[in-house]
Design a protein around this ligand. Structure first.
Ligand code: HEM
Length: 188
């Protein structure tokens, strides 16, 4: 995966737990790179190793860490200068979900060897929808769970997400059922 992803994990750990914890994670994962170049491609396996080591050192599970990472990603991409892409996703949360593929198509103009995910939105009602996530990769469903939550936060809404199933022998993709519960301002 592109270095942007490993950098985001590094940033997440360093801001919440400090540089020493990141060094420990890197050592446990057997990763020598002190800096990841955002536009360079790194083996997927390195990202998976870092995620596993981080979950171990932080005493959490890989799915829980991936979900937190997904939530963090929407904030991180803003800081890294991709705010316009997130903004252009559309004026509503529902529209943003349907525009994820075209957004990644734009990302691949900058990152030509991108292996982007694919999404399909079905069963739309004013306050619910299903998101289907297709990927060449495995086990990243919890990250999408967090990404959906991070996106909802950006739109100032409160949602409930159920990860109905993950890609396995019987399903070729992950499915998420999403319900919009209200706006963040209602909750305040
Ligand atoms: C402006 C914001 C975003 C940028 C710049 C961005 C960019 C990227 C990049 C560089 C990768 C690595 C892929 C590779 O190296 O092959 C990636 C992966 C991914 N992105 Fe985005 N992304 C953004 C927002 C989102 C959002 C909002 C979602 C929401 C669901 C999302 C879902 C994913 C997933 C699931 C992957 C993992 C790849 C896979 O499943 O195979 N991204 N993205």
């Amino acid at each position: 995966m592109y270095g942007l992803v490993n950098r985001a994990l590094q940033q997440l750990v360093c801001t919440s737990k400090g540089e020493d914890t990141w060094r420990q994670i890197r050592q446990q994962a057997g990763v020598e790179d002190e800096v990841f170049m955002r536009m360079d491609s790194y083996p997927d396996e390195m990202t998976y190793r870092l995620m596993h080591a981080a979950s171990d050192v932080l005493d959490t599970t890989v799915p829980a860490l991936l979900r937190e990472f997904g939530r963090y990603w929407t904030r991180y991409t803003l800081v890294e200068g991709y705010g316009a892409m997130l903004h252009d996703l559309g004026p509503t949360f529902q529209e943003a979900l349907t525009a994820l593929d075209s957004m990644h198509a734009r990302v691949s103009l900058l990152y030509p060897s991108l292996k982007p995910p694919m999404f399909r939105v079905t069963d739309v009602t004013p306050d619910s929808m299903r998101l289907h996530y297709y990927s060449k990769r495995s086990s990243l469903g919890p990250m999408v769970h967090g990404l959906i939550e991070g996106l909802a936060e950006r739109f100032g809404i409160v949602i409930d997400v159920v990860h109905v199933y993950a890609k396995d022998d019987t399903h070729d993709h992950d499915r998420f059922d999403i319900r919009i519960l209200g706006s963040l301002s209602d909750a305040a």
